[in-house]
Write a protein that binds this ligand. Structure first.
Ligand code: DX5
Ligand code: ZN
Length: 222
């Protein structure tokens, strides 16, 4: 499978939101990444249910919703109803992860689990076969534009081995500080989906940057 690119809307210019979503529609992006933050799990409140119908109406790309909220099980069904194709919840934020995953899947969406930088991938051992996506946070969640944490690379490699060993179809998504400078290394380590916020929206030519990220050849084939 060729890798996916998921630009993060958090880095868009919200005064020109429709223009920026149109820009992604016309690009080689595969998903549109939506960062929902509650001000408790992470320090700031971003956006949520009120904006989703507008984003869903405007976007032609599947919506990849990243819930950075405590007890996400309270909201996962709503987000699928509002148009999410993929819903990821944080391992650190839900007590009954298996139940939450089943809830997302029962609504017909793909289910993802996100891990903070300090959370080892091995903790997913007994849930890996049930999930479609693992989001490895390569920054501490809460803000766009942060520096990539390099300890992420061995985590990607270890997770890829776990996925191969159980013959799972789960994708590995890397979120935070991804740019043209490190994308190739991430893909070689085993990444399948690259989230890119600032490196796309702050680029002189966002569409060309997405094309460049999408065109990187993965040298290692799994
Ligand atoms: C961080 C968010 C990321 C963020 C990525 O809490 O989950 O998705 O938007 O932004 P960049 O690519 O700028 O690090
Ligand atoms: Zn995110």
């Amino acid at each position: 499978m060729t890798h996916f690119i998921a630009p993060s809307l958090l880095a868009a210019d919200f005064a020109y939101l429709h223009r920026d979503i149109e820009l992604i529609n016309g690009s080689d992006a595969d998903w549109l990444h939506i960062d929902v933050m509650d001000g408790i799990f992470v320090p700031i409140v971003s956006f949520g249910q009120v904006l989703m119908p507008f984003i869903n109406r405007s976007s032609s790309k599947p919506l990849d919703v990243h819930l950075m909220i405590e007890q996400p099980e309270r909201y996962v069904e709503q987000f699928v109803d509002l148009g999410a194709s993929v819903v990821s919840v944080h391992y650190e934020a839900t007590k009954h992860l298996h139940r939450t995953i089943k809830l997302i899947k029962s609504k017909g969406a793909q289910a993802g689990v996100a891990l903070n930088p300090h959370t080892p991938v091995e903790l997913l051992h007994d849930i890996l076969e049930d999930i479609d996506l693992v989001v490895i946070m390569s920054v501490n969640p809460g803000f766009g534009g942060q520096k990539f944490i390099y300890q992420t690379l061995p985590k990607i490699k270890r997770l890829k081995e776990m996925i191969i060993n159980i013959n799972s179809n789960a994708k590995i998504e890397i979120d935070g500080g991804v740019s043209l400078a490190n994308a190739e290394e991430l893909l070689k380590a085993g990444a399948d989906v690259l989230v890119a916020g600032s490196s796309v929206f702050k680029a002189e030519d966002p569409v060309a940057t997405i094309t460049a990220l999408k065109s990187i050849e993965k040298l290692k084939t799994y």
